[in-house]
Design a protein around this ligand. Structure first.
Ligand SMILES: C[S@@+](CC[C@H](N)C(=O)[O-])C[C@H]1O[C@@H](n2cnc3c(N)ncnc32)[C@H](O)[C@@H]1O
Length: 380
């Protein structure tokens, strides 16, 4: 594995986050080679791999390309995979697991494909080293990822292992929280410039406000994480990783912002959870928390964004009640948020019509399997 040479890197993401992820990658200086709904391809060296694992807010996993070949039978997979010098990549006294996405007519049960690949790697080790690493399903150590579509196999090292979509500060999710990667993507796709006010009424467990505060001070998700798959590879150098983190972290440390981040919710318990999560993320001193109905949320003079993630309503009774709420959000935007950009992230477009304002942009998203929109309103 040549770590200082540029190589293909695929960053996987939750469905539909490819646009936000592409923008985030471009912001970090990478050129997008290809973007699919669940993965974005770029090129970089292994230092970039570590950097991406540490810094990315909207990605899921960082995959380092190892080999591509044709296989029309599990035995072809075995034969080709065994030619790869795994003993230079994985530790003979270590541990690895296999993860895969397989769609072809040769393999009905993914586990069979995984087993063939595991056998190829283990047999190669025995032949070359007389010793082989342990294997199992845990993603806490080295992870080999196989993408086998029709006759084409691509093998990667999944350098993240456990997904980087969770940012590690949320000790209590509360009810109906946004995933951290989705919250970060929503903020990155909004017009917030990280210099003006960020207002998050109906904040629930505080994900949007906390992500905004982390961005404002330049704290990255890797700050809350101590283990990645790449740390279990043969080539891993703890000193390189430490230096890289120090270099990234040396550019920040802001204890006071020149603008406000405000989070409010009418549920006292939700707000207490939000406060605890913010404390764990080290940004509680940067957020003004208030228990109040959203209409009473302070909107400071000046400009910025007001971001709502109201409930969407799954049952009929709830929906008719929520019609009022959405209408009131529209009134709040009109009457109290002049000079701001207003946003509503929702999975219910019928309810969104009740807002009664013309949208400037409607950005498509998914929240799990639910098709959602981030609706943008320019509030003159
Ligand atoms: C879908 S949750 C928000 C989840 C949040 N984005 C998170 O990541 O945890 C909606 C929140 O709106 C709050 N809420 C509902 N009606 C409200 C109202 N009229 N005023 C203020 N907050 C309200 C609820 O208490 C709930 O916490």
């Amino acid at each position: 594995m040549e770590l200082d040479k540029k190589n293909k890197i695929v960053v996987s993401c939750s469905p539909g986050l490819d646009i936000a992820l592409s923008h985030e990658l471009e912001g970090l200086g990478f050129e997008i080679i290809k973007a699919d709904p669940k993965a974005v391809t770029i090129s970089g060296d292994f230092n970039d791999v570590m950097k991406l694992n540490y810094m990315l807010r909207s990605g899921n996993r960082v995959l380092w390309h190892i080999a591509s070949f044709r296989a029309i039978h599990p035995n072809h997979l075995y034969k080709n995979a065994k030619k790869i010098p795994w003993e230079e990549i994985l530790k003979e006294d270590g541990y690895f697991s296999i993860d895969s996405f397989i769609k072809n007519k040769f393999i009905r049960d993914t586990r069979f494909g995984n087993l063939k690949l595991k056998d190829a790697i283990a047999d190669r080790f025995i032949e070359k080293m007389d010793k082989r690493p342990d294997t199992g399903s845990s993603k806490d150590q080295a992870v080999v990822f196989m993408y086998w579509m029709n006759e084409e196999v691509e093998l990667y090292i999944d350098t993240s292992g456990q997904s980087i979509a969770k940012h590690g500060y949320r000790k209590n999710p509360g009810t109906a929280p946004l995933m951290e990667n989705l919250a970060a993507a929503i903020i990155n796709e909004s017009k917030w410039d990280r210099k003006s006010h960020f207002i998050n009424p109906m904040c629930g467990s505080g994900t949007l406000a906390i992500e905004a505060a982390l961005m404002a001070v330049g704290n990255f998700p890797g700050k809350f994480r101590t283990n990645y798959s790449f740390q279990h590879l043969k080539s891993y150098k703890a000193s390189d990783w430490k230096n890289l983190k120090n270099e990234i972290d040396s550019e920040k440390e802001v204890n006071k912002l020149g603008f406000k981040i405000i989070a409010s919710d009418n549920n006292r318990q939700a707000l207490s959870i939000a406060r605890d999560n913010a404390k764990f993320a080290g940004v509680d001193h940067l957020i003004d928390f208030k228990v109040c109905a959203f209409g009473e949320t302070e909107i400071p003079d000046g400009s910025g964004v007001v971001v709502f993630n109201p409930e969407y309503g799954e049952r009929m009774g709830e929906v008719s009640q929520l019609e009022n709420t959405y209408q009131q959000i529209g009134d709040f935007f009109k009457q109290q948020c002049k000079g701001y950009f207003g946003y509503i992230f929702t999975g219910n477009l019928e309810l969104a019509k009740k807002v009664g304002l013309r949208t400037k942009r409607r950005l498509p998203f998914y929240n799990g399997k639910i098709e959602c929109r981030l609706l943008e309103y320019e509030l003159y």
